[in-house]
Design a protein around this ligand. Structure first.
Ligand SMILES: Cc1cc2nc3c(=O)[nH]c(=O)nc-3n(C[C@H](O)[C@H](O)[C@H](O)COP(=O)(O)OP(=O)(O)OC[C@H]3O[C@@H](n4cnc5c(N)ncnc54)[C@H](O)[C@@H]3O)c2cc1C
Length: 438
């Protein structure tokens, strides 16, 4: 086992997880403490590149080419005065103040690096969440989860393969093709994916893959709660349901899935839904290995319990943020929600709090300001509520939705480079296909 030696007496901040929260934090700390050589900033992630997770439903539908929107960690670290390490955290040695990274292997399984240890003075856990299938029989075996880019890419390949297969079949037998897709969970991810898949089905037929009529792509959106988007207000939920039904998505509420096999989703009350492609998007949990990792306090969905400073309840040198953290503000019953907005606000808070920590000042307390939620209904529309429950929809909501990703880019690249990226995106939109067909 190799241990990364401490280069200097400088305070070392190790951030594990370069997602919506961790990457913004590493960038902010690199631009300040790292640039002024006041601290050593290290980011660790399992992947070489970052893609903003709320874009994954577009990657899955093929309406966004993930390779065009990815950020290379090594290059970004170099530009922003921090160091990047490729590796998967497997444990924390609190006594030695070291994190333990698993053996690193290439795609063929060949060992690239042995198990490694990296010492820290301050550790920030930002490893996000995975889907929670609540132990539903057959979910793991038969559903695709949209937790990471490889999973979204897998869905896109399977979706495309079905079109290619249907085209080959229709050449040989000229029979009618149809495609059944089931999405389990009608939170923001499920709703956005349903709308995006409908849009992709229309695009496929424009590109000559018209053996499946867009009308014959049957998308079922299945939700156990009485309404879709249960975390948003009722008006937004009704509006989204109407828009989805108008484009032909079958919305099933009060429908609890208890089993899934290769071709069917079985709901309680004897309702069976035929589906070849199945996506699980109901609920989240922090990764299982986090459960009581190194004796730290975790909740029932493996999130690390933190206080208002985002320090874990049992170790003040370990912080947690984003989806893998559980913070219940004083006087409230529910934790702050697992959303990109929370991860972003926590990154802003921690960038300042960790600078204060190094200077021996008070950290302050994190206060989540809910600016509302927006849900994309593909290219044509968005719905949501902002600030104190002001409902927005249509073009304005779409504009606000798109700007959320641009704000993430501004946090990473600054205003000027984000402007250049927007121009590049506009130019390439006209020049390249609207659907990824490979
Ligand atoms: C399809 C989809 C659509 C969404 N849409 C929205 C939306 O519209 N609005 C919204 O607010 N939220 C949305 N969300 C939720 C949002 O993406 C998350 O709340 C947000 O990304 C959480 O940020 P994070 O930094 O905690 O984790 P993530 O962004 O998930 O980043 C976690 C990082 O940790 C790395 N990692 C994981 N395990 C390890 C390990 N063991 N060692 C090292 N690194 C590790 C991962 O590679 C990843 O880079 C959506 C989520 C999905 C899946």
């Amino acid at each position: 086992m190799k241990t990364l030696p401490q280069q200097s007496k400088k305070h070392r901040i190790v951030i594990v997880g370069g997602g919506a929260g961790g990457l913004e934090l590493a960038t902010r700390l690199g631009n300040t403490l790292g640039k002024r050589q006041q601290a050593e900033i290290i980011l660790v992630d399992t992947a070489l590149t970052h893609i903003w997770k709320p874009l994954l439903h577009e990657v899955a539908a093929g309406t966004l080419n993930s390779y065009e929107d990815e950020l290379n960690y090594f290059a970004h670290a170099n530009q922003h005065h921090f160091e990047f390490f490729l590796g998967r955290l497997q444990d924390i040695d609190r006594a030695a103040k070291e994190i333990v990274l698993d053996v690193l292997r290439d795609e063929e399984g060949k060992e690239i690096a042995p198990e490694r240890r990296i010492g820290y003075d301050t550790l920030v856990m930002a490893i996000g969440s995975t889907s929670n299938d609540f132990g539903t029989a057959g979910a793991k075996e038969h559903c695709i989860f949209l937790d990471s880019r490889p999973q979204a890419d897998r869905f896109q390949r399977e979706f495309l393969s079905m079109y290619l297969e249907a085209q080959a079949n229709s050449l040989m037998h000229k029979h009618q093709n149809q495609l059944n897709i089931a999405i389990i969970g009608a939170g923001a991810t499920g709703v956005e994916l349903a709308a995006e898949l409908h849009h992709a089905a229309n695009e496929f037929s424009k590109y000559g893959l018209n053996s499946i009529d867009p009308q014959d792509v049957h998308i079922s959106l299945i939700e156990a709660a009485p309404r879709i988007l249960p975390a948003l207000n009722e008006r937004v939920s009704q509006r989204a349901q109407k828009e989805l039904e108008d484009i032909g998505v079958k919305v099933l509420t009060h429908c609890r899935v208890h089993r899934i096999d290769a071709n069917t989703v079985f709901c309680e009350g004897d309702l069976n839904i035929a589906a070849t492609l199945k996506v699980w998007s109901a609920g989240i949990k922090a990764p299982d290995f986090l459960n009581h990792i190194a004796g730290l306090e975790t909740n029932r969905i493996n999130q690390l319990v933190v206080g208002p400073t985002l320090q874990t309840s049992l170790d003040e040198d370990i912080f947690a943020m984003g989806d893998c953290a559980c913070y219940i503000p004083q006087g409230q019953e529910r934790p702050v929600p697992p959303r990109a907005q929370v991860a972003n606000q926590e990154a802003i808070f921690l960038a300042k709090a960790l600078r204060n920590r190094i200077q021996g000042k008070a950290l302050g307390s994190f206060v989540f300001k809910d600016k509302g939620s927006l849900v994309s209904l593909s290219q044509h529309s968005s719905v949501g509520s902002i600030f104190n429950n002001i409902n927005v929809e249509g073009f304005m909501a779409r504009l606000m939705y798109v700007s959320l990703y641009r704000f993430h880019q501004v946090a990473l690249h600054g205003v000027f480079r984000t402007g250049l990226m927007m121009m590049k995106d506009m130019l390439s939109k006209g020049a390249s296909p609207k659907l990824k067909m490979h």
